[in-house]
Structures are given as C-alpha cells and as structure tokens.
Design a protein around this ligand. Structure first.
Ligand code: ATP
Length: 212
C-alpha cells in the first residue's frame, strides 16, 4: 500500500499558521507522505478572495519554502469556473490511483459539507479528516450525524483508499485570514500569525490595505 496523501484546500487569503500547524499535526498523526495545499480559484460558497489567484499562490510558495512534507498544488487555478472539491478529488485520484487520500476540513467546513456539490460522492474518492478543537462538541444536523456515524473510521481503515471519516484533534490556534486582513487594514501588525516572508510580500504588494 502506498503512503497516504493529505489535501488541504482553501482560499489562503492569506495562508497562516492556523492552516500550517493543523496540517502538520494531522500529517504526523496519520503518517501522511505529504500534504498538498490547493488554493481555490473561485470558491462556490463565499465571496471573491481579496488577493488575486497569482498573489495567493505566491504567498503559499513563500510559506512553504523550507517546509518538508508540503506541496503547493495549483490544479484548481488551472481549471475554468467554480472550484468544486469533488472535481479536484477526481483529478487527484487519477494522479494517485494507489494512495489513500485524506481531505482535511476544519469543523466549520465539515458542518457545511451538505451544501457542497455532490457531497456524498466525496467519500468514494477520499477519506475525510475533521480537524477538531480539543474542547469542542460537534453539533451536527441529523442527516449529517447519521452519515458521520456510518463512516466513522475504525482501526486499520487507513489501509483503504477512501471511505471513512477521521476526527483528529490538533492544537487549536484561533487564527483566521479574516482577522489578519483586518489587522493589515487597520495598520496593526499581523506578525506571529503567519510566516514573516508572507507578511513581507503582503507589504510589498500593498495587499489588504483597502476593503475592496
Ligand atoms: P477566512 O478568514 O478568509 O474565512 P480562513 O482563515 O478560515 O479564511 P480558509 O482558506 O478559508 O482560511 O481555510 C481553509 C481550510 O483551513 C478550511 O478547512 C478551514 O476550516 C481551515 N482552517 C482555517 N483556519 C484554521 C485554523 N486556525 N485552525 C485549523 N484549521 C483552520
């Protein structure tokens, strides 16, 4: 069996230590070969990102410069139209037919999964990791809870290519890209919330200085 691959999608507007630390801890706990960071071109459920796709990609590359075990994957930026996770997983499955795939989702993202395009197909293509806070209870609607319980991972399920849900508890860093953009807009320092190289690029490009 080939080693498993983690997938973390997001707008990364900008990437920050909340994303990176959680991905690293999940990777260590599930013994992943690597985690692919996949910026979305046009996310279906939210407003247009503030930085352009190319700027968000540049920030990701800078953040990953000396990081082993992470790969920046721009496949959603190469596609036209809205970025659906199910299409991304189909394309990853073609590239990695024999590796278990783990789609990493924060609790907030998981709780909204029933609004995703073809959400019930996701588990045919990958496992889902729900990144949990140590003190959190998951308040799920009934249908989602049933799906969750049906697919909850058991020991040795990591040997399968897809099909299970893995709750994984990580150190909680209450950092959000929204708070970082607000800090920059208000002229406050975002230092220690994200990598210095990314802060420098934000400053050079004058990103997030206005609300547009
Ligand atoms: P925004 O504040 O603009 O909504 P964000 O900081 O939540 O952005 P996204 O790019 O939307 O970042 O997040 C991508 C993925 O990372 C999502 O699955 C989200 O749940 C998860 N995530 C975001 N912030 C954290 C964090 N601090 N700890 C763990 N996971 C996170």
């Amino acid at each position: 069996m080939n080693k498993a691959i983690g997938i973390l999608g997001g707008t990364f507007d900008p990437i920050h230590f909340g994303h990176l630390r959680s991905a690293l801890e999940v990777s260590e706990q599930l013994n992943l070969a690597h985690v692919r960071l996949i910026p979305s071109a046009r996310p279906p459920h939210r407003n247009e990102p503030h930085a352009t796709p190319q700027q968000r990609l540049m920030m990701l590359h800078l953040a990953m410069k000396n990081a082993d075990g992470f790969i920046v994957d721009d496949r959603e930026l190469q596609r036209d139209g809205v970025s659906y996770s199910v299409d991304t997983l189909i394309s990853l499955r073609q590239d990695f037919p024999d590796n278990p795939l783990f789609l990493l989702l924060g609790t907030d993202a998981f709780l909204g999964i029933q609004t995703w395009h073809k959400w019930q197909d996701l588990l045919e293509l990958a496992h889902i990791v729900v990144i949990r806070r140590p003190d959190e209870t998951l308040a799920m609607p009934m249908e989602l809870n049933t799906w969750y319980q049906q697919h909850l991972a058991m020991p040795n399920d990591e040997q399968s290519l897809a099909g299970n849900i893995w709750p994984v508890t990580v150190t909680q860093l209450a950092i959000s890209a929204t708070a970082i953009r607000s800090a920059v807009l208000e002229g406050k320092s975002p230092q220690f919330l994200l990598p210095d190289a990314v802060i420098q690029l934000i400053s050079q490009l004058g990103l997030y200085r206005s609300n547009e």
